[in-house]
Design a protein around this ligand. Sequence first.
Ligand SMILES: Cc1ncc(COP(=O)(O)O)c(C=O)c1O
Length: 337
Amino acid sequence: MEAIQSEALQPRTVRTSILDHIGETPLVWLDRLFPQPHVEVLAKVESFNPSGSIKDRIVRYIIEEAERSGQLRPGGVIVENTSGNTGAAIAMIAAIKGYRAILTMPDKVSAEKQDALRAFGAEVVVCPTAAAPGSPEHYVQRARAIAASLPGSFMINQYDNPKNAEAHYRTTAREIWHQTGKRVDYFVASGSTGGTVSGVGRYLKEMNPNVQVVMPDPKGSIYHSWFNRGQVDHSEIGTYQVEGVGEDHLAECMDFGVVDETLQFSDVDAFGMSRRLARTEGILAGGSAGANLWGCQQIVERLTRPAVIVTVLPDSGLKYLSKCFSDRWMAEQGHAI
Ligand SMILES: Cc1ncc(COP(=O)(O)O)c(C=O)c1O
């Protein structure tokens, strides 16, 4: 014990910043949630990233590529429309690298989430939620206008930037391949920009064409109907409560060429799994993690042979304590617990 302690107290010769600790997240075996002897369900716990989500990976990658290509210069400005995890990643990385960050968001975003970005020194531009898409007051248009008015500014453009999926191809996917000892039968990830499922899916299929890529999609999102019928069914677009996944438009990053199957889930399917994850595995993760685990469960239930199923838990459940982890909130929404 003494030897271990004195070793840990040795001065570090390698100097690192928090940026060096993005990625290389733990891959955890969820054998309490999935005790079936013939399956191994393994999950990347992405809340271990410094700003708390999987988005640190893509933001660092896109910023560093822009630095290399000269699109982003020292002291430059990063602009993005984002209300969530991507904003936190931009704010954190801009703070370390000395960039000005301007983030636009709709006013429905909670004060805590806005303040989390301001805490890193980012400027937050709050826009009316009711603004029509395409109108100058809408938060997406506002970000574009700000970027256009500031020479030398740079937009991450996470929905349509191919570097988003490339970041997952180069980091998340390689880690999974290495951490599983090259044993992957299924990869399960719901999508918003599609960066995760497209980048990881492409890499794993290149390594082993038999890998099956499964994408859970919330009821109300367009992806399920697009994938299965090749068209957007506008009557299916609706609201849902799980944050960060599903879309009402097609993101350019989304590569359906690597997806084998989509599975439609409801809010209660996803929230129920997030709650079970916390109580059985001691991991607090958000609703999109629950959606991914619900997808894993569907596969486990139909499997007749041994298999390794890998998924991602994109962010921490701490952000959702007043939502899916609150019994009162679940009851108010009519979700059975
Ligand atoms: C909590 C959460 N889960 C999942 C995703 C989906 O990841 P991707 O954009 O790579 O499809 C996001 C993206 O916004 C997210 O914020």
